[in-house]
Design a protein around this ligand. Structure first.
Ligand SMILES: Cc1cc2nc3c(=O)[nH]c(=O)nc-3n(C[C@H](O)[C@H](O)[C@H](O)COP(=O)(O)OP(=O)(O)OC[C@H]3O[C@@H](n4cnc5c(N)ncnc54)[C@H](O)[C@@H]3O)c2cc1C
Length: 434
């Protein structure tokens, strides 16, 4: 029976990169993916002349691993750098905050709060003792370094829209590192990158490349269990795949069902809490705002509105494309509702927030429910970050749970490359010790 050097669990950007890098090193590689397509959270649909991601995507000027991968795949000509605009929707109206000078005219804040905001951002830039902040809540740190009123007006709604009920548990280390992660921002705003035609172009190019490198791919895979003897045996779709090593990029609480890990490692895994992401993609005949990204600070079911075609040319797509985004808690009843029910709830909320929109303005919509789409960066998260090694020698892990301080395509590529190198070293050492 055929035997592989490495089996990659999950065909998202991390798994695809790991597969490509392993195959480039001459390893006999197979990808095992549960969906009918590769791409994972970068799943896209066709709209007009382009593809559009199910979940909004862009990148930063300092996303060097992604930019290098695009160069390697000769896709760098497709990179589009755009000064993207950001706004906040308050009860009193909508206000832009794309560039540093906008804070001076930002009406929702008092003069005192504007000064506190500027000092808080300076404090973020100058903070070096990040490890200490891992044990402090972002809420407490923001209030200590600014004021309760600034926290309530700006940061509480932002944290709630990203982390739901768990917002108050998020660590100050994450808050500081997340802000410092951002790329180039100047008086014109923040420069964001996009792949002209959609991130699907990157996924397709990787798929083509791994196929050229003779990587085998199993789609619609249903893994039953993984056993470790002298080599690994993966029981999938009624077959047994034999492999010397495994790279897993799937959620840890799913992996732990397949493998026999010790209690100590299971405890470590259980400290990582995943969260879902709900994106409703709607094609409208009218714009909601003139901005790319609008944070909904006003009390609402909706966390943010992302108007993709205020960022990319509308002519490339079928209509004005808008994401209605929210991160409901894992136990929220919304996950049990049908696509139509979710649409009705969120569209009526959209009409309340933007009364110039009505039913006739909708061309089409799609609801995307992303379970395990991210992790909660709670107090102590950084301390509990997992390494690539596991107690099962030859089984390596990487993915959303060790992307810090934010999940990203860039970190998926970095982690995929590092996992491939780790696996290559492991297999070489094993060969030498025989
Ligand atoms: C709403 C949203 C917005 C985002 N915006 C951005 C952005 O603007 N910029 C950016 O860079 N990043 C963004 N990201 C993050 C980015 O999409 C992820 O960091 C990246 O795609 C993660 O890749 P991955 O391969 O590690 O994980 P995934 O894409 O989740 O891939 C894991 C794969 O494993 C498969 N799998 C799961 N279980 C099994 C199993 N049992 N057996 C086999 N296969 C299995 C899944 O189907 C999936 O294909 C966003 C994510 C979300 C949810």
């Amino acid at each position: 029976m055929e035997e592989f050097d490495v089996a990659i669990l999950g065909g998202g950007i991390t798994g695809l990169t790991a597969a490509q890098e392993c195959a480039k090193k001459g390893l006999k590689t197979i990808i095992i993916e549960k969906n009918s397509d590769l791409g994972g959270l970068l799943y896209s649909i066709k709209s007009g002349k382009s593809y559009i991601e199910a979940y909004y995507h862009h990148f930063f000027t300092n996303d060097i691993f992604l930019i290098d991968k695009l160069k390697e795949l000769k896709l760098d000509k497709k990179i589009d750098w755009v000064y993207a605009s950001t706004a906040f929707l308050f009860d009193s109206g909508i206000y832009e905050l794309s560039a540093p000078q906008h804070i001076l005219f930002f009406k929702p804040l008092t003069i005192e709060e504007k000064i506190q905001f500027i000092f808080l951002m300076l404090k973020v830039k100058l903070t070096k003792n990040i490890e200490e902040l891992d044990n402090i809540k972002a809420k407490d740190w923001i209030i200590k370094n600014s004021s309760k009123s600034l926290y309530k007006k700006m940061f509480e709604p932002l944290l709630k829209s990203k982390f739901g009920k768990k917002a108050e548990e998020i660590s100050a280390a994450w808050f500081v590192e997340r802000i410092n992660l951002r790329g180039e921002r100047n008086l014109k705003g923040e420069k964001l990158g996009y792949i002209k035609g959609g991130f699907k172009i990157l996924i397709d190019a990787l798929e083509k490349d791994v196929k050229k490198l003779n990587v085998q791919i199993i789609l619609n895979a249903s893994i039953e269990k993984i056993e470790k003897k002298d080599i690994f045996e993966i029981f999938v779709n009624g077959n047994i795949i034999k492999t010397k090593s495994i790279i897993s990029t799937i959620p840890l609480h799913v992996l732990k069902k397949y493998c026999l890990f010790d209690q100590y490692f299971i405890k470590k895994i259980d400290k990582i809490e995943y969260q879902g992401s709900l994106c409703i993609l709607v094609s409208l005949k009218k714009k909601l705002t003139k901005y790319y990204w609008t944070n909904i600070v006003k009390k609402s079911e909706i966390g943010a509105i992302i108007e993709h075609t205020n960022f990319q040319p509308k002519e490339l797509y079928d209509g004005h494309l808008v994401y209605i985004a929210q991160y409901p808690d894992n136990d929220s009843p919304i996950w049990q509702k049908s696509e139509e029910e979710i649409w009705r709830i969120y569209f009526s909320e959209l009409k309340r927030l933007f009364p110039h929109i009505n039913d006739k303005d909708v061309k089409w919509y799609k609801v995307f429910k992303g379970f395990n789409a991210g992790v909660l960066y709670k107090k102590g998260f950084k301390k509990n970050l997992l390494a690539y090694d596991t107690p099962l020698k030859g089984l390596f892990i990487g993915g959303l749970f060790n992307m810090y301080p934010e999940r990203s395509t860039n970190l998926g590529i970095k982690i995929g490359k590092e996992l491939a190198e780790k696996t290559y070293q492991y297999l070489n050492n094993k060969k030498l010790s025989i």
